[in-house]
Design a protein around this ligand. Structure first.
Ligand SMILES: Nc1ncnc2c1ncn2[C@@H]1O[C@H](COP(=O)(O)OP(=O)(O)O)[C@@H](O)[C@H]1O
Ligand SMILES: [Mg+2]
Length: 243
């Protein structure tokens, strides 16, 4: 079967073969595959199906048709309030599906830990514009707290950083759509993620990891630092909107 390289990957070389995707399994692949199997058993359509391994040891995932928002500039539908709210609802759905399962262990839920438009498939199913329908790239999924994923959604989908438009209102919209009861730690969790992300790229690049070296060369370390400083400077406004 012919294979075509899929654009928008930041770590792995991902290819499409027919209605499947092939990618190198991540370090916690067994956990991820159990998670995807749980979603399939529960009939949740918001993640790709896991279909085993191919002859080259790559994981086989169902291809999710649609638009993956990996480029910097995106159509209005992707950045709309409706899409923002729907992403938050999707996150709520898989959090609730994993709460209380052995996969969540002693934690609240299973977190995705890399929620962003570049890991989201959008489709225009009702003629009203692109809306998120599925989340891909579950390599970093692990037991965690709801607020950690919600904060990552705030950072990545509301574009928290220099130039963010309407940030306090959009952060509130995300927390409302998710139904997050206690929002007091959201902004602190955004800052934690940004700090961790920058340090992670720096450390991995220093150790020679190719994807981290590429990100550093593309100026991502400075971008994430600027985003962190922006959130720190606007912390009071953001927290007021979440009260
Ligand atoms: N199941 C899937 N269905 C459709 N496209 C996919 C799927 N998995 C990956 N892709 C495409 O491949 C790209 C890279 O995949 P991803 O899993 O995000 O890899 P990486 O870990 O390198 O970021 C995505 O941006 C998307 O365009
Ligand atoms: Mg990805």
């Amino acid at each position: 079967m012919p294979e075509t390289r899929l654009p928008g990957g930041f770590v792995n070389a991902v290819v499409r073969a027919g209605d499947t995707v092939r990618r190198r399994p991540g370090p916690r692949a067994a956990f991820v595959h159990e998670l995807l199997a749980l979603f399939e058993r529960r009939g949740w359509p918001g993640a790709p199906r896991f279909r085993g391994f191919d002859e080259r040891g790559r994981e086989i995932l169902g291809f999710v048709p649609g638009h993956v928002a990996w480029e910097e500039h995106q159509p209005d539908g992707v950045t709309s309030d409706r899409s923002l709210a729907r992403v938050a609802e999707l996150v709520r759905e898989f959090h609730d599906l994993t709460a209380g399962t052995p996969l969540a262990g002693a934690e609240e839920v299973v977190c995705h830990n890399d929620l962003s438009p570049k890991n989201t498939v959008y489709r225009d199913e009702h003629g009203a514009g692109l809306r998120p329908v599925a989340i891909i790239d579950w390599d970093l999924a692990a037991p965690g707290r709801r607020i950690h994923d919600v904060a990552h959604v705030c950072w990545q989908y509301a574009g928290l950083g220099p130039g963010a438009a309407d940030a306090p209102r959009r952060v509130r919209l995300i927390c409302d759509a998710y139904g997050l009861a206690d929002r007091r730690g959201v902004v602190a969790a955004v800052l934690w993620w940004q700090d961790r992300c920058r340090r992670g790229i720096e450390a991995e690049a220093a150790a020679g990891a190719p994807h981290a070296v590429r990100l550093r060369a593309a100026g991502v370390v400075e971008q994430v630092r600027a985003a962190h400083d922006w959130v720190a400077a606007h912390r009071a406004d953001l927290e007021r909107a979440l009260r």
